[in-house]
Design a binder for this molecule. Structure first.
Ligand code: ATP
Length: 249
């Protein structure tokens, strides 16, 4: 018997349906999505505007509840958990990186990085923190406040914050959306280095084929369904697949 790939993944959706609203105004944002995200892999989710990328990511991260189907994080079915448990899962088992860096302005870079662990009463793994600070080139920036850092540096602080708790999955939502192309390339380069050196699982939503080119795999969505799955594609292959999807609509 072969094992269903979604059962061995770090996080997986199994026949997930998400309907917003009711009756005539109901929107079927996800229409039976089954997809697994392998451990230690960097996957990008792409697709036309409104195809369900954010909805899928929010369901996978326990930020939104699927209407039906299962979301499996390790052995936990997130669709069966109370809000209280989901809050704990998000805090303890998931890392987030957003387009807007979401750093606290009154804290230093280092305090921002360790804040989630401090709030959870968990010890900071100094060795991992030093490794991340080195890889991310933040060594001389740790005592600075976010307003004293460039956008790229702020996003690197946010990456360190997401990674330092060794979460099962890091979800990144358009992490380079607010960065110029050079800072964006740096952030993505650091992110893929962290995936390789730490075996971190990363799922990233992006519109940018160049950003998706850093991923090991690109999952394509269209109209709330999986519309493609590309293994280590380059930017040109991704752009062509997106053009095909747009043409098919
Ligand atoms: N809270 C909501 N209430 C009602 N409809 C919603 C809600 N959130 C999303 N939708 C709808 O669900 C569909 C999928 O939206 P979603 O934001 O997941 O797409 P997306 O691929 O992330 O889009 P974009 O690339 O524009 O961010 C769209 O038709 C959207 O209008």
């Amino acid at each position: 018997m072969t094992t269903h790939p979604t059962r061995t993944a770090a996080v997986a959706a199994v026949d997930v349906v998400k309907v917003y609203g009711r009756g005539d105004t109901a929107v079927r944002a996800l229409d039976g999505v089954s997809v697994g995200f392998g451990r230690g892999r960097f996957t990008a989710i792409m697709g036309p505007s409104g195809s369900g990328k954010s909805t899928l990511m929010h369901c996978l991260a326990g930020l939104d509840t699927a209407t039906s189907g299962q979301v499996l994080l390790g052995g936990t079915d997130l669709t069966r958990q109370s809000d209280k448990v989901l809050t704990r899962v998000r805090r303890e088992r998931i890392g987030f990186v957003f387009q807007s860096f979401n750093l606290l302005p009154q804290l230093t870079a280092e305090q921002n990085v360790t804040l989630p662990l401090d709030l959870a009463g968990r010890d900071v793994d100094r060795e991992l923190l030093d490794h991340l600070v080195g890889v991310l080139g933040l060594g001389d920036r740790l005592a600075h406040r976010p307003s004293e850092l460039s956008g790229g540096q702020q996003q690197r602080v946010a990456l360190a914050r997401a990674l330092v708790s060794r979460p099962e999955v890091v979800f990144a939502d358009e992490p380079t959306g607010n960065l110029d192309s050079r800072s964006g390339a740096e952030v993505l380069g650091f992110l893929s280095t962290c995936v390789r050196t730490l075996g971190q699982t990363v799922v990233m939503v992006t519109h940018d084929p160049v950003a998706a080119g850093y991923a090991d795999r690109v999952v394509l969505l269209a109209d709330g369904r999986i519309a493609g799955d590309l293994d280590r594609p380059d930017g040109a292959t991704i752009s062509a697949a997106l053009r095909d999807l747009a043409g098919a609509r």
